[in-house]
Ligand binder design. Sequence first.
Ligand code: KG4
Ligand code: ZN
Length: 360
Amino acid sequence: MNVLAFESSCDETSAAVVSCDAEGKFTVRSNIIASQIETHRLYGGVVPEIASRAHAEVISSITYEALEAAGVSISDIDLVAVTSNPGLIGALLVGVNFAKGLAVANGIPLVAVDHIKGHTAAALLLDEPPKPPYLALTVSGGHTAIYHVTDYTDFTLIGTTRDDAIGEAFDKIGRLIGIPYPAGRGFDQLSREGFILATGDEQDFYKKYKSCAAYKDKEMTLPSPALSDGSLDFSFSGLKTAGVNLLHKYEQHGRAVPRELFAARYTFEAVEAVAKKISLALERYQGCDLVLAGGVAANSHLRARLSEVCRSAGVSLFMPPVELCGDNAAMIAAAGYYEFIKGNLSDSSLNASALDSITR
Ligand code: KG4
Ligand code: ZN
């Protein structure tokens, strides 16, 4: 079956054609992404109204592009899938209304996809995909959450941030140290330079970091975002505020902040917090593998550290390739396929919602 999918929840408009064979194996035939990052960079973050307009401007043309690149026409499409929540409401509405119109006009079944389930489904596009039950960690600009996934469509929230998301914590502090929006990728690179500078080791810098002098530097102390209440929850606002205060202190004393060392320390606290909660979750949910998802899943330090956590817990880690970690419609197609199998069909009454729908 051929799935035509749409994603427009934030600042990327995407249309993809993904086929699924009788054995449930997916093939990505096209995955077109029109990014608005350059536009929003001017403002240092996503401007919702600009995002909605930009989605509306390109959605039609990228749909033609996705069909053409896949070598199919609309009559070859068996299912339309679209992200319906959570996200920016105006942005979501563009994708939902376009998908609805296309599905109804062409008599094609329609399914709504939760953006978080979509991110997790990026791992289902791997050559050897995970099979439920598993744990899923979604780390993005809006989420830092751990889910127990008992079936491809059944997710239970078992841990989450109580305030800011990890991606936001990177983006906001990144901006203050001169990394252009979205700062995640630049932060990743700058931290790498910091780890190498601190340890003098180009290979094992992360492992050696905790025993080096830079880590013991009291001036660079930052709090852990892992809550110490036995839960699987996080709080990234404390790390962010401490980061801002530290940068102010340097400024007030007229000293230049050691950007690389600061970025390394900040990344270390963020990654270690996630590693700590994931170790605990794997202990509590014995027999579950781990699926990594969301834009921050592209972070090289997080990928390496979680590989180590899963190795020592004796479970498999499923990580989508970096290009499928950010928002894209191919992952929505894979999640949409399972909604269809489950019989969760939508019709022309489908609406978008800004809210999360996966609960504890
Ligand atoms: O999933 P995504 O594309 O959009 C949301 O649903 O939020 O995630 C975007 C987030 C941004 O905060 C961006 O800075 C972050 O992913 N990001 C990274 C990296 N690449 C992207 N964060 C850390 N390290 C990276 N390499
Ligand atoms: Zn996303």
